[in-house]
Design a protein around this ligand. Structure first.
Ligand SMILES: [Zn+2]
Length: 182
């Protein structure tokens, strides 16, 4: 349901995918095999996260996208904006505000945790804070355009497309501000 409806996106070239997967494995194995000699939970968790992310990026051939509307339909005309598309833009705005709100909230929480030092390991606290921050950021940055179904912040149809922050979709030009009816 859903995913297969969306337009196909090409993967990164095979050599680039294998390079990313190989690098990811290298980082993961490096973290695992250095652990018994020098037990360090922070380094182990970081290498698993970083290496796992590189491996998944290579396997998928780029970045996944996040839905903005529940039942996306290919647009029939690109000159009008439907109510479903407007709802998708409202979802994107909420993700954007969550992204900005998460920064002071996380910094405040991290400061509190460091002040009380419950585990005596401030770098662990940073790691614990970094994962939800990354999740919240990417949820916005990887939003699908509610109209054309491609990445709102991409300009290429490849899964490996770089992200460009803009207020209009890089493919169909839908404006982030078109959420309210004129
Ligand atoms: Zn679009």
């Amino acid at each position: 349901m859903g995913e297969h409806n969306y337009p196909d996106r090409s993967m990164a070239p095979r050599w680039a995918r294998y390079l990313c997967m190989g690098f990811g494995l290298f980082v993961v194995l490096g973290g695992v095999f250095s652990a018994p000699r020098q037990p360090d939970l922070f380094m182990l968790v970081t290498s698993l996260l970083v290496g796992g992310t590189w491996f998944a990026f290579g396997k998928y051939g780029g970045l996944p996208l996040v839905e903005t509307v529940a039942r996306w339909q290919p647009p029939t005309v690109l000159t009008e904006i439907t109510s479903v598309q407007r709802q998708g833009l409202v979802v994107m705005r909420r993700r954007k505000w969550t992204m900005w709100a998460a920064i002071p909230a996380t910094l405040g929480l991290a400061a509190l945790l460091v002040a009380f030092e419950p585990v005596g390991r401030p770098e662990m606290i940073l790691l614990v804070a970094a994962v939800p921050i990354a999740f919240i950021n990417f949820r916005y940055l990887l939003s699908r355009c509610p109209r054309c179904g491609y990445g709102f912040f991409t300009r290429s149809r490849s899964r490996a497309a770089p992200l460009h922050l803009a207020s209009v979709c890089g493919h169909c030009g839908l404006s982030l501000h078109a959420y309210s009816e004129e």
